[in-house]
Design a protein around this ligand. Structure first.
Ligand code: ADP
Length: 357
């Protein structure tokens, strides 16, 4: 808590928010510590399992109250039902204690959830997530994407999303729509440099909220762009939902494959099916001559996939247009679907769809 004065002012403002069963949110035992950073405010409300819906309006009112007490801050209020019901005058819950394992529950309206993971950052995991999601659509699938990379959300930039997602009166988010995808990201709600406060239970509550308290409608596939590595969010996601499986993105460099193997091991330990490995930045095609250059020693990922007994979904070229169009919020598969660079994503998505079927 960086600013106790502001936290106290927010708590005072929460005194005006009523909770089901009577009393104010400020006095409610399930209210977590109020975390205040220079640009963000975050707290969780622990409720009895099954009471999440009843607390939707409480969250909306709490968000509004916190927002007026802390103007200029981004406010994120999470509802968490993975705790024992709050009782008596015990310690406050939410931010302080790790969430216990809760049974996996399906997400309303979503048939299959695919996590896209990588061992380390910068390998193009988010770029692949977005383009794969876009390339699944022509397979006749209704697709959404959730940016769970709390520590470096890049889906807003990749899809050109602006502003915050709309929240209905009952506290449910309406997802963004971009290029025919339903999309949600933590990005618009928290500053990248504040991500440190989201570790542990807060990160897991934020993920739960984005996943379960978004009106996804009917989706065949939800693609989740995970943070790199093997941290809290990965474990929390695997505990919260039954995943159809994970796709691992790696570059050809050995170093990256060593990292990728850690991610692969994690999913194996958690008994999550491995749907396939993608080799990104696999080779470079000179725009003038069309010659192909295997500048990073291409083929490492395919060999690793064979060794690990997991499907190889394909190779994506290192292509300046992929970078430029990604940075400009116009992903290649949506804006240039017939180009060779898009063909690689489309082939990978077909292979993925076959795994899912
Ligand atoms: P990650 O999610 O693994 O951190 P990003 O998807 O954010 O990685 O990609 C990192 C950078 O690499 C971005 O600037 C992106 O545009 C670029 N990039 C990703 N894939 C490719 C590719 N195949 N060709 C060229 N640039 C790429």
């Amino acid at each position: 808590m960086a600013d106790p004065k502001l936290a106290n002012a927010i708590k005072a403002a929460l005194g005006a928010v009523q909770v089901p069963g009577g009393g104010s949110l400020a006095d409610y035992q399930g209210l977590s510590e109020i975390i205040v950073t220079p640009s963000a405010v975050a707290f969780a409300i622990a409720v009895e399992p099954g009471m999440e819906g009843a607390f939707g309006p409480v969250r909306a009112a709490a968000t509004e109250a916190a927002q007026s007490a802390a103007p200029g801050h981004k406010v994120l209020v999470s509802i968490t039902a993975d705790k024992a019901p709050p009782t008596g005058s015990g310690p406050s819950v939410g931010a302080q204690q790790p969430p216990p394992q809760s049974p996996q529950q399906p997400v309303k309206g979503i048939k299959k959830i695919v996590a896209v993971a990588s061992g380390k950052g910068g390998v193009g995991k988010s770029t692949c997530s977005v383009n794969l999601a876009l390339a699944l659509k022509p397979q006749g699938l209704k697709v959404g994407i959730l940016d769970a990379d709390l520590y470096g959300p890049s889906i807003p930039k990749l899809l050109g999303l602006e502003g915050k997602p709309a929240m209905r009166e009952d506290g449910i988010f309406t997802p963004f729509e971009a290029f025919g995808l339903k999309a949600m990201s933590i990005g618009p709600m928290v500053e990248a440099d504040q991500a440190v406060v989201w570790r542990g239970p807060m990160a897991s509550s934020a993920l739960r909220q984005l996943l379960r308290e978004t009106d996804w409608g009917e989706l065949d596939v939800l693609v989740i762009d995970l943070p790199p590595g093997t941290g809290d969010i990965q474990i929390s996601l695997c505990q919260q939902v039954t995943l159809a499986g994970a796709v691992i993105v790696s570059t050809p460099q050995d170093l990256s494959l060593i990292d990728a193997r850690k991610a692969i091991n994690m999913f194996q330990r958690l008994s999550i099916p491995l749907l396939g490995l993608i080799e990104n930045m696999s080779y470079f095609v000179a725009p003038d001559t069309g010659n192909r250059y295997d500048i990073f020693g291409h083929g490492g990922a395919q060999k690793a996939a064979t060794d690990l007994g997991m499907p190889f979904l394909g190779e994506i070229p290192l292509d300046m247009a992929i970078r430029e169009q990604s940075d400009a919020g116009s992903p290649v598969v949506a804006t240039d679907p017939d180009a060779p660079k898009s063909a690689a994503f489309i082939a990978a998505a077909k292979a993925l769809a076959a795994q899912l079927a």
